[in-house]
Design a protein around this ligand. Structure first.
Ligand SMILES: [Zn+2]
Length: 167
């Protein structure tokens, strides 16, 4: 997926604080190296906390899921969630911040349901995604309607192929 450098450093400092893009950043936008949303989200986060960084984000319908380490997640969320609300309003999307942690913890936070266990499953025949290993995420079936995000979103968040099993 994205590289390891903070996602919100994809445009330069000057462009973070201005409404226009410099020619270097603009050419990266035009060539598709960065997206319009990269620019908008970077600016929105910078406006609120110039010192905050996040490692990546995933878009799902009207949701943006931001992945950040503990310290940065705290900054982006803000006191009583105020920062997240502001960014959310600016971008007109719902926002969820998931702190980088153990995969169990991250999934529970993302899906907003308790997880019984994650089983690592090894495939004999790796499929097109190339992954020989995937996660079988076991969830109590009484929560089956409450799981907030699809397996493809969960997979993107953890960089891991995922299936849900309700039992
Ligand atoms: Zn620039």
């Amino acid at each position: 997926m994205q590289n390891e450098s903070p996602t919100n450093n994809k445009i330069c400092k000057v462009c973070l604080t201005s409404n226009m893009l410099c020619s270097a950043c603009n050419s990266r936008l035009e060539s598709g190296q960065i997206s319009d949303l990269d620019v908008k989200l970077s600016r929105a986060v910078f406006a609120i906390r110039p010192d905050a960084e996040f490692s990546k984000y995933i878009v799902s319908d009207n949701f943006i899921i931001i992945i950040a380490d503990k310290d940065n997640a705290r900054k982006i969320i803000g006191k009583a969630g105020r920062n997240v609300q502001t960014i959310s309003k600016q971008l007109n999307k719902k926002l969820k911040v998931v702190e980088i942690s153990g995969h169990n913890v991250m999934l529970e936070e993302l899906l907003s349901v308790p997880i019984i266990a994650i089983n690592k499953v090894y495939q004999q025949q790796p499929d097109a995604s190339g992954a020989g290993e995937f996660y079988r995420v076991r969830i109590d079936k009484k929560f089956s309607r409450k799981v907030r995000f699809s397996t493809s979103i969960a997979s993107a968040v953890l960089n891991k192929k995922i299936e849900y099993v309700f039992e």
